[in-house]
Design a protein around this ligand. Structure first.
Ligand code: NIG
Ligand code: FE
Length: 423
């Protein structure tokens, strides 16, 4: 895709989130804001950021396109570091079953839930997955997301898992949003292995993990560690093998029950531990000690009507917290960054500053990409969000509503809300 050169100037707030690694604990409060800020971009890369006066004189003599951000806040493009956005079919009935009292895990136990999406994804031709995936990426882009992580896990058999990863690879080439691929074969036990979880784990370890790593189709491996899904021991086997294959590791940990998932993620040196709704004090200590990023997913807690994760204790313990959507067809059919930010300040006691760090630099760190995205620093990709408001503080405050007016990906304006309406 094409890369642009431009001068972005006069931003009321240039919220740089400056840094090249995860921000832990109190560091999350520092957004390194520049008033009346400007950024100079050449060929899709940030050359310099600073006050408009200084940057404009550095740009004198170039014929770069100039964008006036007067009255606006400019932030790094958002990173959605935990999603399952590529799937066949939908589960709208399940949403109402859960609201009438049936539990998420009971629905899965009787062959619904994730298994119903597995059937639909296996039967879905590549072309249909591509079309649905593109529409969902367009929606995420409109919320300011310029990098997204996407998990497999709706094929479970080798060929459908490969199909999901290949479709994401193709979408990455043709869509402005960058996609980071994660193999989640250990999402649940497929029907053909029913009652033989260990045999399915053997299959993952012997057949699929070496393949997805050798072909470069996945960069991370994730496991749904949960009661009646994959135990701590089974999760350990999958993730240990993934590490041997050179993949980074992630975990769906303590989402519905505390099995000690956070402790295992810390022990294995996972890049991130995700969900953490039921994580104990010892789990929090372990993550802080290991420097594992905690990816919290408040829209999932909201949609499952579970208690929210203990973000405050985590940050106060020195953990780097990231926030993501978890967009998927079951537990959380929601790609709304506005809802993530509102729930985080209202129900997880996070400050607006911590929320911004959590959807930018910390989310980038949770994907091993803090050196290339997640902040407005020279040398990084020129991915920016321009808000319709003068400050980042309007984001959670404009509750549940999209404050994003324009999105720039590698120096090119790829979303402009002002052009989206015509009458
Ligand atoms: O993050 N819990 C496991 N995986 C997803 C949900 C997947 C689904 O329900 O389709 C989650 O909640
Ligand atoms: Fe998830």
């Amino acid at each position: 895709l094409k890369k642009g050169s431009l001068l972005l100037r006069n931003a009321d707030e240039l919220v740089t989130c400056s840094g090249y690694s995860a921000k832990r604990g109190t560091e999350m409060s520092d957004l390194a804001i520049i008033r009346d800020g400007a950024v100079l971009v050449e060929d899709g890369i940030i050359r310099a950021g600073g006050e408009t006066e200084e940057i404009a004189s550095a740009a004198a003599g170039t014929s770069f396109e100039s964008i006036d951000a007067h009255g606006k806040a400019v932030l790094p493009g958002f990173v959605d570091a935990h999603t399952h956005f590529l799937f066949g079919g939908y589960r709208e009935e399940e949403f109402y079953w859960r609201l009438s009292g049936e539990s998420y895990l009971d629905i899965l136990q009787r062959g619904g839930g994730i298994l119903s999406t597995v059937r639909a994804t296996r039967n879905s031709p590549k072309q249909k997955l591509l079309e649905a995936g593109k529409r969902r990426l367009d929606s995420m882009l409109s919320f300011g997301v310029t990098t997204v992580e996407g998990k497999s896990g709706y094929g479970l058999d080798r060929d459908t898992e490969i199909k999901q990863l290949e479709v994401m690879k193709e979408l990455d080439r043709g869509h402005p949003v960058d996609i980071v691929r994660t193999y989640l074969g250990a999402h649940t036990v497929p029907e053909e292995y029913k009652g033989r979880t260990d045999a399915y784990v053997d299959f993952i370890i012997e057949e699929v993990l070496p393949l997805v790593s050798k072909t470069g189709l996945a960069e991370f491996c994730d496991v749904f560690c949960e009661r009646a899904v994959f135990s701590i021991e089974q999760s350990r086997r999958v993730l240990t093998r993934a590490k041997e294959c050179g993949l980074g590791i992630k975990m769906h940990a303590d989402e519905i029950h505390d099995l000690g998932g956070a402790e295992l993620a810390a022990e294995l040196g996972a890049v991130s531990a995700d969900h953490l709704l039921h994580t104990s004090d010892s789990g929090i200590r372990a993550l802080a000690q290991a420097g594992t990023v905690a990816i919290l997913l408040p829209c999932t807690a909201f949609s499952l009507k579970e208690k929210f994760a203990r973000a405050r204790s985590m940050i106060d313990s020195g953990i780097a917290v990231a926030l993501s959507t978890d967009m998927n067809p079951g537990s959380c059919f929601c790609e709304s960054i506005p809802l993530v930010t509102a729930l985080s300040v209202m129900y997880m006691d996070m400050t607006a500053e911590e929320v911004v760090s959590a959807i930018t630099i910390n989310a980038a760190a949770a994907l091993n990409r803090a050196d290339t995205v997640g902040s407005i620093d020279a040398g990084k990709k020129a991915d920016f969000v321009i808000l319709e408001h003068p400050s980042y503080k309007y984001m959670p405050y404009h509750t549940g509503v999209n404050s994003v007016e324009r999105v720039i990906k590698e120096g090119v304006v790829v979303y402009d809300r002002l052009k989206a309406i015509s009458y």
